[in-house]
Design a protein around this ligand. Structure first.
Ligand code: PLP
Length: 424
């Protein structure tokens, strides 16, 4: 077979883009060689519908061992009693949770997308907002933070069947204990989506949802630094205290209901090459090296936020507890779209993002979201954050000067070219 140079040349272009640029997209990261190797392995050839020991296909003996290791490591990493490692993505993990716990039309209370939530937390353009009845909580205007008294008030008024805790663009630690008190007060199921900070939570650097939330999901590719994918976890309540029933009316263990919602409910054959890569990433995340990495992520984010604040950037909530920050550019008279484009020309990748109480559309926005998980994997430390902040500030200031942006891009390329993608 002839090598497909069309595609491989493009992959090489993308590798070069990743090596030479500064990657500040908060949901991205760089995986280790062994995670990459598993993701590109012969396991992609295998069908394995079902679960370890209960498959609908022959020849799954090796696959069973791999998937069981992934499950056991996920449980060990998060201190969970149950793990399902099959969801192809975070969205599919969330779909399985909703399908397990809710009927179409049931009310969910989620974090407003324009305040930091995720599409799958009830957005009208997503299945979660079309199948279920979404209501939202947001951040306080003055502080940029969640106000739990306000959330309680909304919950009491709306009486949702489920409360979703978790976000895509919220830089503060989430109080899952308080969320559980709110959920208990209104008899709601509490579901935490920790897709963004999962790696920091796994290492005990942020509040742990597992003791407080009925069900937890995450993606595996953000701070957790694994392959693209999803994961469902439960700490307790496996015996189904809500009396949730199967479509046939049986009350079964939550583990069994969730497993069925993933397969056959939402997916077919699991991606076993990705599950092997997840197992490796979970193994890496169990190590002390990963603890050092996660601590460095938090240090880098805090440092970058404080330098940008000193440069006059309005960071929502005035700082960060995790790996990201949301920058409101209204005081700089720049839209998120303009900033994203200017930074892109300087080989710095970010995404435009709505800020709380934004008046611009989601295609323009008034902010950018900046995360440090990926640059920390490349070995950058606090001292390097001065350079990063300087690049960002200059590119935004000179956003209409293409020559200047090209000069910054050259500097960015020289700053990054000798750093490996994975330095841990
Ligand atoms: N949940 C949250 C909080 C997210 O931020 C994301 C992705 O950005 C997802 C779920 C969805 O993950 P995926 O893109 O894998 O579907």
């Amino acid at each position: 077979m002839q090598r497909d140079i069309d595609i491989f040349e493009l992959i090489e272009d993308e590798r070069e883009r990743q090596v030479l640029g500064i990657e500040l997209i908060a949901s991205e990261n760089f995986v280790s060689d062994q995670v990459m190797e598993a993701a590109g392995s012969v396991l992609t050839n295998k069908y394995a519908e079902g679960y370890p020991g209960k498959r609908y296909y022959g020849g799954c003996e090796v696959i069973d061992e791999i998937e069981q290791i992934a499950i056991d490591r996920a449980k060990a990493l998060f201190g969970a009693e149950y793990a399902n490692v099959q969801p192809h993505s975070g969205s599919q993990a969330n779909a399985a949770v909703y399908a397990t716990c809710l009927k179409p039309g049931d009310k969910i209370l989620g974090f407003d997308l324009s305040h930091g939530g995720h599409l799958t937390h009830g957005s009208p353009v997503n299945f979660s907002g079309r199948l279920y009845e979404p209501v939202f909580y947001g951040v306080e205007k003055e502080t940029g933070r969640l106000n739990y008294d306000n959330i309680l008030e909304i919950a009491k008024r709306e009486r949702p069947k489920m409360i979703v805790a978790g976000a895509s663009a919220y830089s503060r630690d989430i109080d899952f204990k308080r969320f559980r008190e709110i959920a208990d007060e209104v008899g709601a199921i509490l579901f935490a989506d920790i897709a963004h900070p999962a790696g920091l939570i796994a290492k005990g650097l942020l509040n742990d949802p597992i003791p407080h939330c009925h069900i937890v999901t995450t993606t595996t590719h953000k701070t957790l630094r694994g392959p693209r994918g999803g994961l469902i976890l439960m700490g307790k309540d496996l015996e189904n205290p809500f009396g949730i029933k199967t479509p046939k009316g049986e009350v079964r263990m939550m583990s069994s209901l969730l497993d069925s919602a993933v397969f056959p409910g939402n997916q077919g054959g699991p991606l076993e090459h990705i599950i092997a890569a997840k197992a490796i990433a979970f193994g890496e995340a169990l190590s002390d090296d990963f603890l050092h990495y996660a601590i460095q992520v938090q240090k880098n984010a805090r440092k970058l936020a404080s330098i940008l604040l000193d440069k006059g950037y309005d960071i929502i909530s005035k700082g960060t507890d995790n790996h990201l920050m949301l920058i409101d550019l209204r005081n700089k008279d720049v839209s998120g779209k303009e900033a994203e484009e200017a930074l892109g020309k300087a080989d710095i990748t970010v995404n435009k993002n709505m800020v709380p109480f934004d008046t611009r559309s989601p295609f323009v926005t008034s902010g950018i979201r900046v995360g440090v998980s990926a640059i920390t994997t490349r070995g950058l430390k606090e001292a390097d954050m001065e350079r990063i902040a300087d690049f960002i500030d200059r590119a935004i200031t000179h956003r209409t000067n293409d020559e200047m942006l090209e000069e910054i891009a050259d500097e960015v390329n020289r700053f990054m070219e000798d750093r490996p993608l994975f330095a841990y």
